[in-house]
Design a protein around this ligand. Structure first.
Ligand code: 26Q
Length: 810
């Protein structure tokens, strides 16, 4: 469909009237935003319908990406971009005296995720749609997404995220696609026509109702679907008889307890607690999802024995693991298949990605609780385990210890990752080092048993949001130097490298960065009241607050730099602005203490006249996708300083690189691939390597107190934590102090401290040669194409899902 400026103007006015029942001139920005959102949905509707029609012919493999999190952020701008009407629309609105950017700012972030894993799922949706893969997301429509973070008196305060308060224009409720999900009850065995059947009885049923959001591909007329499930009671109508019996309150209580299942996203991303409500959420997603997939397949005329030829089900971390026994349950109990056939179909349709190696984050469910909530699913897991252990017994006769380590059920728990490895055909890590650690350490026994299941898929990010959308000026420069090809084919960015000989290109790069920094400076001033210098180095660490990501190491070196400035007010350094942002899990005491420390350092340093303009420290509130889009294009230095071996991949490292920041990196996660891509001269590396870390784990020999005693700079900053420098209350930062010394610094912050400081001094030197610095930035941009999630998705499609690209006559 050709969408002209005049058409948009006409359609927009009409839509506004229809939606709000008044003239455009009388509307506010929220109403104008909603109108534009509805219009975008309308413009994509035909393609959405025709894409679905095409899919119903069962010619293409349908990929279902099951994830408890989808961190989409805002949708308006990206939808306009992908529809190819962004500029036209901006012009049309201008004629109506409307500023598109103001409307964009009205959109609430869709924050249904914690961090990396949820954002990855969102990037994957964009890439699947844009590279012609029939791939859909299945998740949960939490009424409250990831909490809003306010900083009050330097402390994190959590506030409910009421993203649905004003209408969500993107979703369509599909009541007719609802599914019933059953909890509790008992299982009885019945014999019918000589065949044993298991029947689930006396269960409590809830209704899972889907809401669909269109996922618009980039200028390809293809629209996939993100389907998010919400829970309702089966009987929704007001129950007059209960009311008459005076039981209204009780029935309200019941309603609330059912709706609690899709009420709120768990804000923990690295610490697992076996909560019943979380298990209900996971089963809700999986049961509604798998029933829905099977129903869709059958209603399109699919033969259940060939299910795996048409369907791929991907499990994003262990959270949707129950897809495996749920698919078995449906194939056996409802479709009447024999175990062996059902097992083959299940294994060959399901694949699994692991995102973490932190032991405390591995999901396991207590058998008693699980059995009570999901009796039939439990029976199936038990049967899977029995057959699998029998196999183990024949391969490893007599090796009881090994078999009990590898068993799916053990020590009173169901181990979800083990169920995934056994029940799927593919297990992947998210960066080279991470996959190697899975194969050779964490999952080594499984790897020897099923070597062909293990593979690596290094993460990626969608360059449409993380370059074209968030950095329009850089995009223009790229277009004018290398043409528009990179927009469809991001590896074409490599052509930018040859233009870096041209000093005017480097100057243009520097100017774009400066403009982006000025814009962020304004935002910082408006939100925090802190005046920062756009000509200083913007040194940025934005991500979840966690001990392994080592925001504390960053703090310690800032404290050290501050000491050096106090000792020598004439210290010759390039001015720096240290920018932090990130949320702590509400129950994670040490992470919350770290936020307080950052804010105290900020207070102290920003208000010390001796420091002047040399350094400033800022913690921005409420880190989220839309804030990241402002910070990333303005960064000079990207802090990726996790303890080596702990960060599975990281994805913000890729976003910064693509926008021309230099990475300060430990050789962890995808930093390794970034180094390989840009060459050692275009990245700054420091710290322990994986071998050294593993060596400490294996042989011990690390003593934080020794470092403290021997290194006067370490001693001084450590003492600063408890001597009143950063808080009159000397106890305030004791938790951090203790974790670094008395608990022997689990994440080797003190061990890497000196190396880190040297590396930072190197940055100071490099930045003084602006020509050289811009060259490095340019190489980072040029080499970032392989980190587009289009590449990642292509690897999943060909290497795991067996999904080919769709060609349609449109
Ligand atoms: C589990 C059980 C109960 C409640 C919550 C959870 C839970 C929720 C979210 C556990 C983990 C997460 C999220 C993990 C995550 O974001 N991992 C990150 O994934 C990125 C994408 O692969 C990687 O780049 C990061 O390295 C990894 O930390």
């Amino acid at each position: 469909m050709l969408i002209t400026k005049n058409k948009i103007i006409e359609d927009y006015k009409e839509k506004f009237l229809e939606l709000h029942g008044k003239e455009l001139v009388d509307g506010n920005n929220l109403q104008k935003y909603e109108t534009l959102g509805e219009l975008v949905k309308k413009y994509s509707a035909k393609d959405w319908a025709s894409t679905n029609k095409e899919y119903s012919k069962l010619k293409n493999k349908q990929v279902y990406y099951l994830s408890m999190e989808f961190l989409l952020g805002r949708l308006l701008d990206n939808s306009l971009l992908n529809l190819g009407i962004r500029e036209t629309c901006e012009e049309a609105l201008k004629e109506l005296n409307i500023d598109l950017h103001e409307l964009e700012d009205m959109e609430q972030d869709q924050g249904l995720g914690n961090g990396g894993l949820g954002r990855l799922a969102a990037c994957f949706l964009d890439s699947m749609a844009s590279t012609n893969i029939a791939g859909h997301g299945f998740g949960i429509r939490y009424k409250y997404g990831f909490f809003e973070q306010q900083i009050i008196d330097g402390k994190q305060v959590e506030v409910a995220d009421t993203w649905l308060k004003s209408r969500n224009v993107w979703e369509i409720k599909k009541t007719d696609k609802s599914e019933i999900v059953k909890f509790y009850g008992k299982v009885e065995m019945e014999v019918k026509k000589g065949k044993v059947k298991f029947v689930h009885k006396d269960y409590e049923a809830v209704l899972a109702v889907p809401y669909d959001t269109p996922i618009i591909g980039y200028k390809n007329n293809l629209v996939n679907t993100l389907r998010l499930w919400s829970v309702e009671t089966i009987c929704k109508e007001f129950d007059f008889s209960a009311f008459a019996r005076g039981e209204f309150i009780k029935s309200q209580e019941y309603k609330n307890s059912v709706e609690a299942i899709s009420l709120v996203l768990y804000p923990e991303d690295s610490f697992y607690e076996g909560k019943l409500l979380r298990l209900k959420q996971e089963y809700l997603l999986v049961s509604a999802g798998i029933q829905n997939i099977v129903n869709e397949y059958k209603s399109n005329g699919g033969n259940i024995s060939l299910f795996n030829e048409s369907v791929a089900i991907h499990i994003n971390d262990t959270h949707p693991t129950l897809a495996i026994p749920e698919l078995m349950r449906i194939l056996i109990d409802e479709e009447g298949l024999e175990w062996e056939e059902a097992w083959e179909i299940t294994q060959s349709s399901v694949s699994y990605t692991n995102h973490t190696i932190l032991a405390e984050a591995l999901e396991k469910w207590e058998v008693d609780m699980f059995k009570n909530l999901l009796p039939r699913v439990y029976m199936i897991i038990e049967e899977i385990n029995q057959r699998y252990c029998k196999e183990l017994w024949s391969i490893y006769p007599g090796e009881w210890d090994k078999i009990s380590r590898m068993s799916i059920i053990g020590d009173g728990y169901i181990r979800m990752a083990s169920l995934d490895i056994v029940g799927s055909h593919s297990v992947n890590g998210v960066a080279k080092l991470h996959t190697e650690i899975l194969k050779n350490q964490e999952m080594s026994e499984f790897y020897s048993l099923y070597p062909s299941k293990f593979n690596n898929k290094t993460n990626g990010i969608t360059h449409r949001r993380w370059l074209i959308k968030c950095n329009p000026e850089l995009t223009e420069l790229l277009k004018s130097t290398i043409g528009e090809g990179f927009m469809k084919k991001p590896t074409d960015l490599k052509m930018f490298q040859e233009h870096l000989k041209d000093s005017s290109v480097k100057l243009a790069l520097a100017n774009i960065k400066l403009e982006n920094k000025k814009r962020l400076s304004k935002e910082i001033y408006n939100t925090k009241g802190i005046m920062v210098n756009p000509n200083s180095i913007f040194d940025v660490q934005v991500k979840r607050i966690h001990a392994y990501k080592r925001q504390t190491l960053n703090c310690l070196r800032i404290m050290d730099l501050y000491n050096r400035i106090i000792d020598n007010p004439n210290l010759d350094i390039v001015p720096r602005t240290f920018i932090f942002a990130g949320k702590a899990a509400p129950g994670y005491y040490l992470a919350k203490n770290t936020i307080e420390l950052i804010n105290s350092i900020s207070n102290k340093i920003n208000n010390d006249y001796r420091v002047g303009d040399k350094i400033k420290v800022v913690m921005m509130d409420n880190y989220r996708v839309s804030l990241a889009e402002k910070i990333v294009p303005a960064a000079d230095l990207s802090e990726q300083i996790s303890t080596t071996t702990k960060e599975a991949s990281g994805t913000s490292n890729m976003k910064f690189m693509m926008n021309g920041a230099i990475t300060m990196a430990t050789l962890d996660g995808a930093n390794i691939e970034i180094k390989d891509a840009v060459g050692p001269e275009n990245i700054i590396v420091f710290g322990l390597n994986a071998k050294e870390v593993f060596n400490y784990y294996k042989n011990g020999g690390y003593n934080a107190w020794d470092i403290y005693n021997k290194d006067s700079r370490v001693k001084r900053v450590m003492n600063n934590l408890i001597d009143g420098t950063y808080s009159a209350d000397k106890e305030r930062f004791k938790p951090i102090y203790e974790s670094l010394l008395n608990y022997n610094d689990e994440f080797f912050a003190l061990r890497d401290f000196n190396d880190y400081i040297d590396a930072q001094d190197k940055v100071d030197k490099l930045y003084r040669d602006l020509d050289k610095w811009q060259e490095m930035c340019g190489v980072n941009i040029a080499k970032s194409g392989i980190f587009s999630s289009d590449r990642t998705i292509n690897e999943y499609a060909t290497g795991i899902w067996g999904a080919n690209t769709i060609y349609r006559n449109l």
